[in-house]
Design a protein around this ligand. Structure first.
Ligand SMILES: Cc1cc2nc3c(=O)[nH]c(=O)nc-3n(C[C@H](O)[C@H](O)[C@H](O)COP(=O)(O)OP(=O)(O)OC[C@H]3O[C@@H](n4cnc5c(N)ncnc54)[C@H](O)[C@@H]3O)c2cc1C
Length: 459
């Protein structure tokens, strides 16, 4: 049996463990090392006084069969909770009102989200000529070029801060939205591509992400709890890996405490900034490359109110705020409209985001300041009379990796460097996608690579 070590017990490390146990239990002896006393990384759920509040992610989109397969294999499918159908409506706060983002062209034309020239410019997208070169471009530049500056500022900038906590002017289109690059390349226009997809019977929407947000009745941490329970014999929590080196017979792992351990293969599922420390001595160039993967800080503020003190009907998913509207929050999700049972009877829960790449100073705000900021802004946007009856704050100094311009080149360099370290693999949200689905897909990919190498006769 080959010995495999996994470093990091977030969703990436845990799904790598799952795939190794599920598909190759006979071939590999696996141990997962997690530095903290708990598993899950940014996934966590507080359950208190009838409120259920997710720390980081609050769900995944149900469009990736692999993730749903993992859930099924864990025996968790009966606990899945898709977002309520009424939660489909999404809003953007602009000019002091919440504007619904509608996928229907007629409704969109009537919406006041954009000025009339802004709407006309957006609708002229099919007539804008295609980009000729292959150079990477920022998400913002792409949006300005295709749908105009007003739509870029007021639709794309907030969408990017909602998904990545990112700055659309810095993020790489190729790395963040490869589908858009393909749509323009293959159809010459995003509208034409959406129409073609619709005709081919595929689900396509310009108003929100495809797929429905899905979680578990008792919060997202349910997934981690089940994995921990199922794989407890293969997991060591409270065990920080501080270094890895390599010799002719494999890899040695060094820990903050305890004796080193020898492994045939290593899957690193710790964040890129943690991997810098782990791998810099073994390969300085690899360490330097990993240190160039930036992260944005972000804070999540969960707040609960009595339903009757809120003017807005909260029928929908929530809203995003463009950076030019004089508000500091990036947006707010109406948790209790999306998932029932997230607040006690007669109460509602908001989940608001502050910070991200466009507001790095926000991480220094104290919990009291964050609660006040979010309450004051919610008050003016949805109309609230009283102070929140419940609050929970989750702060992440390095919360979400930023796929800035040049990310695709960094990924090519990483692949090249890893050629000289056979049986060393990197998974996690810093490489090919920041969503939970992306982490699951990447972990499956590295496990397949590992198995392929192990089962090739020369090895
Ligand atoms: C506020 C926020 C909201 C989000 N919302 C969503 C959402 O709604 N939907 C969605 O799909 N995604 C969302 N994401 C993204 C998603 O949560 C992450 O991409 C994903 O959870 C990352 O998982 P991971 O396992 O790659 O990394 P992590 O969760 O960071 O896990 C890495 C683990 O490695 C451990 N570790 C670090 N160093 C060492 C070491 N030296 N030795 C051993 N262990 C180590 C850490 O303690 C940690 O447990 C959100 C992220 C944030 C921050």
């Amino acid at each position: 049996m080959k010995r495999v070590a996994i470093i990091g017990g977030g969703i990436s490390g845990l799904t790598a463990l799952h795939f190794l146990r599920q598909k190759h239990a006979e071939a590999f002896a696996v141990t997962l090392y997690e530095k903290d006393d708990r598993l899950g990384g940014t996934i966590g759920t507080d359950r208190d006084s009838g409120f259920i509040s997710d720390w980081g992610p609050n769900g995944f989109l149900d469009k990736v069969p692999l993730t749903l397969r993992v859930v099924r294999e864990l025996g968790l499918d009966n606990l899945l909770e898709p977002a309520a159908p009424g939660a489909e409506k999404r809003f953007i706060y602009r000019n002091n009102i919440l504007n619904e983002i509608s996928a229907s062209p007629l409704k969109f034309l009537r919406s006041s989200l954009l000025s009339i020239p802004g709407r006309m410019r957006l609708l002229s997208e099919p007539f804008i000529s295609q980009k000729k070169d292959e150079r990477d471009e920022s998400v913002f530049d792409f949006a300005v070029r295709r749908i105009g500056r007003e739509a870029a500022e007021n639709m794309i900038v907030p969408m990017v801060s909602g998904i990545f906590g990112g700055d659309a002017r810095q993020l790489s289109l190729k790395a963040c939205f490869p589908v858009m690059v393909e749509m323009e390349k293959n159809y010459g226009s995003l509208f034409k591509a959406l129409i073609a997809k619709k005709r081919a019977g595929k689900k396509a929407s310009a108003a929100g992400p495809s797929g429905r947000l899905t979680s578990f009745a008792n919060g997202l941490y349910t997934l981690i709890e089940f994995m921990q329970n199922k794989y407890k014999d293969h997991i060591q929590t409270g065990t920080e890996v501080v270094g890895v080196d390599k010799n002719d017979t494999g890899y040695n792992l060094y820990f903050r405490q305890g004796r080193p351990e020898k492994y045939d293969a290593v899957i690193c599922a710790a964040p890129a900034y943690a991997a810098v420390q782990i791998f810099s001595i073994m390969d300085g160039e690899l360490g330097r490359l990993l240190s160039t993967f930036p992260y944005a800080s972000i804070s999540v503020v969960c707040s609960g109110y009595r339903r009757e003190v809120i003017r807005h009907n909260l029928a929908g998913f929530g809203f995003l705020v463009p950076r030019n509207q004089g508000k500091r929050m990036l947006g707010s999700i109406w948790t209790s409209s999306i998932f029932k049972g997230r607040s006690p009877e007669g109460m509602v829960q908001f989940r608001s985001m502050v910070g991200g790449a466009t507001d790095p100073e926000a991480i220094a705000l104290s919990e009291t300041e964050l609660v006040k900021l979010v309450h004051d802004e919610l008050k003016s946007i949805v109309g609230i009379e009283n102070k929140p009856a419940y609050t929970r704050i989750f702060k992440y100094e390095r919360g979400i990796p930023q796929f800035v311009l040049g990310h695709p080149d960094k990924m090519s360099r990483l692949e090249r460097l890893l050629k000289s370290h056979p049986d060393l693999y990197f998974t996690g949200n810093a490489y090919e996608g920041v969503g939970l689905n992306d982490c699951v897909i990447r972990s499956d990919k590295v496990v397949n690579q590992l198995a392929k190498r192990a089962f090739t006769p020369a090895h």
